[in-house]
Design a protein. Structure first.
Length: 553
């Protein structure tokens, strides 16, 4: 009896498996076509080499092909032949980034990475082709001016596909260094000193409105229980609407009746998973019901951009500065503006809101600091005859405790806990980082959450809220504070363009709340729920922050 599987069939099978493995290794399957060709068409050729019925050949070929392909991939990734074989890390993480997807479910990826670094050291292999690095001396070579462009993680954060026939205008997702530099120039000009002074007026205006809303909540009762997390979200979202489009959101007054802010929050969940397996993102985008929330919010932001462009508004908001500094390569600046509309609102509102909530949480957990802060504010801003204490933005920048409180919050709760990823330029072959050669297809992650709690760089009390470290470290040799390891807004040419505005906004809001209101956790609320509710969705997703608020006498 003739064997069903001939030596020729086995040769074709082995060659097909290896060829498919090598193809997917160098060209990730980012489309249904690539998946179909590699996983259905290629094994289909093998079917016709078997001397049996078509049905039997299919039942034999496809399971065998998939098993051998999976085995080939796993064996290679675990073998000494892999370029990252010398770096320690969990065995399962070496095999697949789907492990990263699983660890993302509970939102506690920062804590998990910290455990890995505590066990394995400063450089850990967290994926088949990804390293996590918490060595401050390597940060300039990774994130700095002479560092590397953004890595594949950022492709997993795209809400809409890039139109191959048009230029990509999204600065935050741009992986080409030259193109990123072009796109970043208008943003740098929009956040220069003169525009920043104008934005400061918007900070004062919207923060005062925020305080007035809270005052209205407090009327008629000595103490009002509010979810301060929700109201800070509303304020931040409204402020970015004011900053970017000259106003129009007004969710502080309407309490987000149209659920735009809520939709934005829901939209951040899917990219938290797809950034772990970015090659899958273009495929998932084509499936029904995936990414609907962010698409809805994206359409809302685009509508606001188009509306703002149609208005002859003289107020010099961010839109005004971006339009006037837009790239010269197009007749209209609208492609650049529209592409970055979602970026401006999400990056500006969500990150600042999480940081502000963090400040309130740490202050209420350590109430002695509120009293010290109020004393600092009273010295800097003595009450006027009418009892008011107008705050000055420039003077707030000089207050050591206020700035120490903000820095300490950003250290313990960075707005982007783990998402700073870079990779060698495509086509470069690789880069030398310290003594480590990083191959072109290798990504490097720098997790601020882990770096900021490293006792080598922040000592003593690396896990404790201790603002004094920022005041005393230059005078006390027993305090270790490595500013090079403090990167809450990233570092280098791809850092946060609006970081100075974010700090300015935080200073004013914290000072305003501390001076106008008495605040404490509501007694029936479990304070441990706050840190349990923090979830890494690239940016930080928050839970409730239940606070008793009353007007200061």
């Amino acid at each position: 009896m003739e064997p069903i599987v001939s030596s020729f069939s086995l040769t074709v099978l082995a060659a097909s498996v290896l060829a498919t493995h090598m193809w997917y290794k160098n060209h990730e399957p980012t489309s249904f076509t690539a998946l179909f060709l590699g996983l259905f068409v290629v094994p289909g050729f093998i079917v016709f080499t078997l001397e049996t019925t078509i049905l039997n050949a299919i039942l034999l070929t496809y399971p065998t092909f998939y098993t051998l392909l999976l085995t080939s991939i796993v064996v290679y990734r675990l073998s000494p032949l892999h370029p990252l074989s010398r770096y320690p890390g969990p065995r399962i993480a070496r095999v697949s980034k789907f492990w990263g997807v699983w660890k993302t479910v509970d939102g506690k990826l920062p804590e998990y990475y910290r455990q890995l670094h505590a066990r394995y050291g400063s450089i850990v292999r967290i994926g088949p082709n990804e390293l996590s690095v918490v060595d401050k001396d390597l940060i300039p070579q990774i994130l700095g001016t002479q560092g590397m462009p953004r890595g594949p993680l950022w492709e997993g954060r795209r809400v809409t596909p890039v139109n191959k026939s048009k230029r990509d205008y999204n600065v935050i997702l741009q992986r080409d260094s030259v193109r990123h530099l072009q796109l970043r120039k208008p943003w740098n000009k929009a956040f220069a000193n003169e525009p920043l002074l104008e934005y400061g007026e918007a900070v004062v205006r919207k923060a005062t409105e925020f305080a007035e809303v809270l005052e209205q909540k407090c009327k008629g009762s000595q103490k009002k229980v509010v979810d301060l997390s929700k109201w800070i979200d509303y304020f931040s979202f409204d402020f970015m609407g004011e900053l970017v489009f000259g106003g129009g959101f007004d969710i502080l007054r309407t309490e987000d009746k149209d659920h735009f802010q809520e939709t934005m929050q829901k939209g951040l969940v899917l990219p938290a998973y797809t950034q772990q397996v970015p090659w899958l993102t273009p495929i998932l985008r084509k499936l029904p019901l995936t990414g609907d929330s962010m698409r809805i919010f994206g359409n809302f932001a685009v509508e606001r951009a188009v509306l703002r462009a149609s208005q002859d508004v003289k107020r010099k908001d961010l839109f005004y500065h971006l339009v006037n500094n837009a790239l010269d390569e197009e007749a209209s600046p609208m492609p650049f503006i529209v592409s970055n509309a979602v970026l401006a609102i999400v990056a500006g509102s969500d990150t600042t809101a999480s940081a502000l909530c963090g400040v309130i949480y740490y202050l209420l957990s350590n109430p002695g600091y509120i009293e010290l802060l109020r004393k600092e504010l009273e010295v800097a801003f003595p009450p006027l005859k009418d009892g008011s204490t107008p705050l000055e933005l420039e003077k707030l920048a000089e207050l050591p405790l206020l700035n120490g409180i903000i820095n300490e919050t950003l250290r313990l709760q960075p707005p982007i806990p783990t998402g700073l990823q870079r990779a060698p330029e495509r086509g470069s072959g690789g880069r030398l980082v310290g003594t480590h050669f990083i191959h072109e297809d290798t990504a490097i992650l720098v997790p601020p959450y882990v770096l900021h709690r490293d006792p080598r760089y922040f000592w003593p009390k690396p896990d404790t809220f201790w603002p004094e470290r920022w005041i005393e470290y230059q005078k006390n040799p027993d305090i270790i504070l490595e500013t090079a390891a403090f990167i809450p807004f990233s570092s280098g040419p791809a850092n946060c363009a609006g970081k100075r505005l974010a700090i300015l906004e935080m200073r004013f809001v914290v000072a305003l709340l501390a001076s106008r209101f008495d605040m404490r956790f509501t007694p029936v609320w479990d304070t441990t729920k706050w840190e349990e509710g923090l979830k890494d969705r690239f940016m930080v997703s928050k839970g409730e922050l239940m606070v008793e608020v009353s007007l200061r006498q």
